[in-house]
Structure formats: structure tokens, C-alpha cells
Design a protein around this ligand. Structure first.
Ligand code: AP5
Ligand code: MG
Length: 219
């Protein structure tokens, strides 16, 4: 099953995608995490995308298609994946199914849209602390780590993401509305969209996500 998470920055895509990945044994493919890893590693891809990410803009579609095709072609993805942050433009959505067909992975089976009001996503992003080592996310108030500043999963130091500054968050929200929100209708028309009320605790939202996952897996 190919599952896609859609939603504004800070909606909880990474948080929920990780839980789905663990429960259903599907690898999580997060383009944001992959790009941040490339930046941290100082690779050619990282050098190309660093300033784009820091400004809150999107990396170009061709670069993203190459990154995603390379990752989905790896053997652990053959039974399906949870996509977090891809596709996020109309051209990315239009080329995803042909790309999946090319590597014999079928097509997108479920798109989970996390619907969260703008005030709430700003609150979530402003308190987020992330682990550059393993990609885990925490929140100073809503999901604090056991020891301040230390990742519960791997013991690494937690940081604030470079694109989580207030003016960059505003730009990311505007880019989302312009470039990504139209995909909600695109996937609704294809009959694979599940809109989830994204307010509430992580566990409450996961139980809603899990219900649509279970239904999609059984049909
Ligand atoms: P990306 O990393 O995908 O960022 P994003 O879409 O802006 O989303 P976030 O990661 O900020 O939020 P999230 O929805 O994952 O929320 P989270 O679970 O962390 O992309 C970054 C950049 O990379 C882009 O701007 C672009 O430049 C580039 N890029 C990536 N993919 C691309 C593509 N396909 N094309 C072009 N460019 C691309 O939760 C947020 C916080 O809230 C956390 O602190 C969490 O602990 C907390 N939280 C989560 N759920 C709850 C809850 N229910 N209650 C309270 N707090 C909660
Ligand atoms: Mg994320």
C-alpha cells in the first residue's frame, strides 16, 4: 500500500507517518528528512537545497522526483511506503503514479489529509525540537522529551529546525496554500482521500488515522 500524508507545515505529518510506519511495517519516506540529512552530510544535493529550505520555498520538481525514485526503488519499499511530504505540487502528484508504475509499485492507495487550523500549526512548530540524528520530533509543551534537549529515541542533541523561525514558517504556510492545497481536490477526485480532523492529542489523531488505514488495508 502506498500511503501519502498531506497537510500544512506543523500539521503532524511526520508524527503520524512514523506511527503508521511502525504499526503497519511500511518504511517511512520523508522527503523533508531526506533533504535535511543531505544538508547535514554536505552532499551535492544538500548544497543545492540548503538555502531553498531555509527560505521556506520548495525544491524543484525534477530534483525531488529523482530523490524519490531513487529511494522507492530500494528493496525495503517493494511492499509499500508511507510518504511524508511528497507529493506537494501538482506536477509531483501527476508524475508519482507513472513513477510508481515504472518501478512496479502500483499506485497511491490512500491519502491522509491532516486538517489543522493555522493558529494551532504555528503553536506546534514554534515549540518543536527535532533530532537531526534519527528524525524524531518533540514539542516543548505537548510532547516533551524525558530529559530536556535530549532525544528519547537515540540520545542525540535536540535542535530547532532552521526553517522553524517565524517569518520562514509564514512563507511555508503561504507556499502550502498556493502549491500543495490543490492536491486535496486532486486526490478527492481520484477517490483515495481521507480527511482527518488533526486537532487533539497525538494518540487521538492516531486512532482516527489508524481507522482509515485499517479500512483501506482491508478493501
Ligand atoms: P518538511 O520537512 O516536509 O516540512 P513541512 O511540510 O513544512 O512539515 P513539518 O515537518 O514542519 O511538519 P509536520 O506536518 O511533519 O509536523 P510534525 O509531525 O513535525 O519539508 C521541509 C522543506 O523541505 C520544505 O519547506 C521544502 O523546502 C523541502 N521539501 C520537502 N519535501 C519537498 C517536496 N516534495 N518538494 C519540494 N520541496 C520539498 O509536528 C509538528 C510539531 O507538533 C512537533 O513538535 C510535534 O511534536 C508536535 N505535534 C504533532 N502532533 C501534535 C498534536 N496532536 N498535538 C500537539 N502537538 C503535536
Ligand atoms: Mg515533518
Amino acid at each position: 500500500m502506498i500511503v501519502v500524508f498531506l497537510g500544512p507545515p506543523g500539521a503532524g505529518k511526520g508524527t503520524q507517518a512514523l506511527r503508521v510506519s511502525e504499526k503497519y511495517g511500511l518504511p517511512m519516506v520523508s522527503t523533508g528528512d531526506m533533504l535535511r540529512e543531505a544538508v547535514a552530510a554536505g552532499s551535492a544535493l544538500g548544497a543545492k537545497v540548503k538555502s531553498i529550505m531555509e527560505s521556506g520555498d520548495l525544491v524543484d520538481d525534477e530534483t525531488m522526483a529523482a530523490v524519490v525514485e531513487d529511494r522507492l526503488g530500494q528493496p525495503d519499499c517493494s511492499d509499500g511506503v508511507v510518504l511524508d511530504g511528497y507529493p506537494r505540487t501538482a506536477p509531483q502528484a501527476q508524475t508519482l503514479d507513472p513513477l510508481l508504475a515504472r518501478i512496479d509499485m502500483g499506485s497511491v492507495g490512500l491519502v491522509i489529509m491532516l486538517d489543522v487550523p493555522e493558529g494551532e500549526v504555528v503553536r506546534r512548530i514554534s515549540g518543536r525540537r527535532s533530532c537531526p540524528g534519527c528524525g524524531s520530533n518533540f514539542h516543548l509543551t505537548f510532547q516533551p522529551p524525558t530529559t530536556e534537549g535530549v532525544c528519547d529515541q537515540c540520545g542525540g542533541d535536540l535542535i530547532q529546525r532552521a526553517d522553524d523561525k517565524e517569518d520562514v514558517v509564514r512563507e511555508r504556510l503561504s507556499v502550502y496554500r498556493r502549491m500543495t492545497e490543490p492536491l486535496v481536490d486532486y486526490y478527492r477526485q481520484r477517490g483515495v482521500l481521507a480527511e482527518i480532523e488533526g486537532s487533539g492529542t497525538v494518540e487521538e489523531i492516531f486512532s482516527r488515522v489508524d481507522a482509515v488505514m485499517a479500512e483501506a488495508m482491508s478493501s
